[in-house]
Ligand binder design. Structure first.
Ligand code: UDP
Ligand code: MG
Length: 136
């Protein structure tokens, strides 16, 4: 049965800064994702705090929000069968040290905080995150 889904992907500041946008987008396209929406933006720290609200009690929250708002990011809506899980698989583990060969974070991630990409973790959160960036 078909389960076409959308998910939110962000190319984070460490990757945009190293000019990896096109290479990362190629990895998505090669896995069969369609990039249906895309924009390059820089967000305020207050917006990063809203976006990452689920992590507000974590010790890394402040640094995470400072980091996500530190430079340009590329925000994309990706579409594919089971896009949420497929994107999580292509991204690899949160810590690039633990990420498997062939994943974006293995290839490009620098550290657990500079791990090059964000991806929604459920279909429900994908909808919330897509609305956050693309609600007109
Ligand atoms: N993060 C961090 N330190 C940690 C855990 C997470 O800096 O110990 C950052 C990391 O950039 C990660 C983001 O916080 O991508 C969100 O964490 P989450 O657990 O949701 O990981 P993800 O879903 O991005 O794999
Ligand atoms: Mg997450």
């Amino acid at each position: 049965m078909s389960n076409k889904e959308v998910t939110l992907s962000i190319i984070k500041p460490d990757a945009v800064e190293r000019d990896l946008n096109n290479e990362i987008k190629e990895m998505f396209k090669n896995k069969g994702f369609q990039i249906v929406k895309e924009k390059k933006i820089q967000i305020e720290k207050s917006e990063a705090e809203k976006f990452y609200k689920i992590h507000e009690t974590k010790p890394f929250f402040n640094d995470l929000c400072t980091y996500l708002s530190s430079g340009p990011i590329v925000v994309m809506v990706l579409e594919k069968e089971n896009a949420v899980l497929a994107n999580r698989q292509l991204m690899g583990a949160t810590n690039p040290k633990d990420a498997e060969e062939g994943t974006i974070r293995k290839k490009y991630g620098i550290s657990i905080d500079k791990n090059s990409v964000h991806g929604s973790d459920s279909a429900e959160n994908a909808k919330i995150e897509i609305d956050f960036f693309f609600k007109d």
